[in-house]
Design a protein around this ligand. Structure first.
Ligand code: FAD
Ligand code: N01
Length: 575
């Protein structure tokens, strides 16, 4: 079945003799029962469509983009690989998955009615709750009828002021605007290690978890990866697994989330004051209302005072510790004071001294990899059924029928979980064959690392937009806030182009270079580049090292964008 807005199309192969012919049955969705037309089509038929805007992806970015487009009368549709909305929250159904920015922040702000109508139940929303929220939004704003599910965009070529688009199910679309809402963390990375196909047990990836939760009761589970996904899932899997083997390549900093139910009075108070909280978030560095810029250096206080501040942040939970002092992400010595505090906590929590040492991160400043928040992560290593296997010096050599081999030792397990992250920020964009009028592919232009103007457009690829693309602050913020800001900017830019009857909008190449250089300068003035992380592509073998997110803060970024608009869309060229 194809889901074409307004029309539901069924391809029915009902002719036993002419089996290479199909009947195409079109049913009007509004009147439901009436069959509009019946055609006889050849197999492999190609359906041609014409739209103003194609939006790729039905996560929070795609849905808000579609909402704006519909509001302003554009003929827009989403094409989504999955069979439902939600993006991240559709794919990451692993045990323990939840957000680590408080739900009252991690939600849309564009509709006051929606803000007041939806009631978050927990401090940090669980994956099922956030997915339910995404579905609720899609229904409330009648978005679903404009979403083509189970349809991947595979190719896009810009010709004669139009994007010519192809899907994996033979739909060809001609449109004016192509918006990539494909997600920064939507292309799961499974390391290329010899022998995976030999493994006879069940295999899972946290980023593509099955709909039906697997039972781990009585089973021996091996998990690779101790980033945020591993840190969230390890304690939960350990509750039922008979044995859990954790393969850790690099120890990671994690702070207690101090998760709890959201008290009704707290929620209602927040709702009453939403305007104030959203403004505070917009004017902050990371888009989180309660984390306002600190004012003191870590060395403005003595050691005892400093540790009291860290202790209070540790007890409060969340990322508070990172916001304690001005210089934690710019000065190595200042950073080390916080890192030492966390290492001390790990040594206090984990009873086995050897395991505690293995869990103490030493290879990067705290906060320079995406900081993890956990519920009883380090405590989990005190359980008898959990073993930590340090593979920092002994990489996994191969998979076998029964498990894996590292340092010539075989570890056996029934189930294997990859918590090995994503080909972040560029993976989903590069998976689409995108080429411009000169038939130059975006992938080739980005072969030495992505270059964008404001994380929104790429020079020489007109009328193509990205939501929270590389060199935008998206992944370094409460992402829904950044998504809304980006979509608003892109939408206004499209309206400006349309009102002025321009055929194309393009990013100026010099301005793009300036923006990329500015990004690198800002990143190099911090400690971020010292870590090996997905922020700079280090997690993917063969990916060019390149620091991708803008770390100048969401408030600064928004001011820069607003300034560009004021200066007649400085850096954008119209034809
Ligand atoms: P996504 O949600 O990734 O949606 C992109 C969609 O595009 C997907 O549905 C995908 O199937 C689709 N798609 C991609 N390519 C194609 C194609 N070629 N054709 C068709 N469809 C395609 N951020 C926070 O701010 N706070 C958090 O606490 C937080 N927690 C997270 C927890 C996890 C486990 C993960 C993985 C990420 C988390 N993030 C968090 C980041 C999260 O990705 C964003 O907050 C947000 O959900 C991104 O929305 P999006 O619409 O941009 O992308
Ligand atoms: O992925 P990661 P993730 N052999 O890349 C290891 C968001 N998120 O899915 O550190 C052995 O962080 C790798 O080791 P190393 C959030 O933005 C948020 O956990 O590279 N190990 C690392 O330990 C986050 O940052 C939440 O040495 C290998 C792990 O796999 C982002 O998504 C929850 C390996 C990957 O860690 C990604 O998180 C989940 C190999 N060959 C995700 N290859 C929240 O709580 C990789 N690893 C909000």
């Amino acid at each position: 079945m194809l889901n074409i807005p307004l029309w539901q199309c069924y391809l029915v192969n009902c002719d036993p003799i002419w089996h290479h012919f199909y009947h195409l049955v079109l049913i009007n969705k509004n009147s439901r029962s009436s069959i509009k037309k019946i055609y006889l089509w050849r197999k492999n038929l190609i359906i041609a469509r014409n739209l103003d805007t194609v939006v790729v992806g039905a996560g929070f970015a795609g849905m808000y983009c579609l909402y704006k487009q519909i509001q302003d009368g554009f003929n827009a549709e989403i094409f989504e690989k999955a069979d439902d909305v939600g993006g991240t929250w559709y794919w990451n159904k692993y045990p323990g998955a939840r957000c680590d920015i408080e739900s009252m922040d991690y939600s849309y702000s564009f509709s006051e009615e929606l803000q007041q109508e939806w009631n978050w139940k927990e401090k940090y929303g669980t994956q099922p709750e956030i997915l339910e929220y995404a579905r609720f939004v899609s229904k409330k704003f009648n978005l679903r009828e404009k979403i083509n599910f189970k349809t991947s965009i595979v190719k896009a070529r810009f010709i004669n002021n139009k994007w010519m688009i192809e899907t994996d199910n033979n739909i060809k679309i001609e449109c004016k605007y192509l918006v990539l809402a494909t997600g920064n963390l939507s292309t799961p990375n499974t390391p290329n290690i010899e022998g995976l196909s030999n493994f006879k047990g069940r295999i899972y990836h946290t980023g593509a978890w099955p709909e039906k939760m697997p039972e781990f009761e009585g089973r021996k589970v091996g998990i690779i990866g101790t980033g945020s996904s591993g840190v969230q899932s390890i304690p939960v899997i350990s509750e039922t697994a008979q044995k859990l083997l954790v393969f850790q390549r690099t120890a990671n900093f994690s702070l207690p989330a101090r998760h709890c139910e959201l008290a009704e009075n707290k929620r209602e108070n927040y709702k009453k004051n939403y305007k104030k909280y959203r403004e505070l978030a917009q004017n902050s560095s990371f888009g989180i209302a309660k984390y306002q810029p600190p004012t003191k250096s870590a060395f403005d206080v003595n050691e005892v005072e400093r540790d009291e501040i860290y202790e209070s942040a540790w007890q409060e939970g969340g990322q508070a510790m990172l916001f304690a002092f001005t210089d934690l992400l710019t000065n190595k010595e200042a950073n080390e004071t916080a890192a030492n505090f966390v290492r001390k906590k790990i040594r206090e929590i984990v009873k086995n001294k050897e395991t505690a040492e293995k869990l103490c991160p030493n290879d990067h400043p705290i906060g320079t990899k995406r900081l993890c928040l956990d519920s009883n992560y380090f405590e989990t290593y005190n359980k008898e059924n959990v073993s930590l296997i340090d593979i920092s010096n002994n990489p996994i050599q191969k998979f076998t029928e029964k498990g894996l081999v590292t340092n010539n030792m075989e570890y056996e397990f029934d189930d294997l979980v990859f918590a090995t992250g994503f080909d972040a920020m560029t993976g989903a964009v590069n998976a689409i064959e995108i080429s411009n009028e000169e038939n130059v592919s975006l992938k080739s232009v980005w072969s030495k690392g992505p270059k964008t103007y404001l994380g929104i457009m790429v020079s020489d690829f007109p009328n193509l937009f990205m939501i929270t693309g590389p060199q935008s602050p998206g992944v370094k913020s409460q992402m829904i806030l950044s998504i809304e800001q980006h979509v608003n900017f892109i939408h206004d830019l499209i309206i400006h182009k349309k009102n002025n009857k321009y055929l194309q909008v393009n990013a100026n190449n010099d301005k793009q270079n300036e923006w990329v250089n500015h990004n690198n300068e800002v990143a190099n003035s911090t400690l971020y580049p010292l870590a090996h992380s997905w922020y700079n592509g280090d997690n993917i073998v063969g990916k060019t090292r390149n620091f991708m997110p803008y770390v100048g803060g969401v408030a600064n970024y928004k001011n820069i964008c607003d300034e560009k608009i004021k200066n007649d869309y400085e850096g954008f060229e119209f034809l």
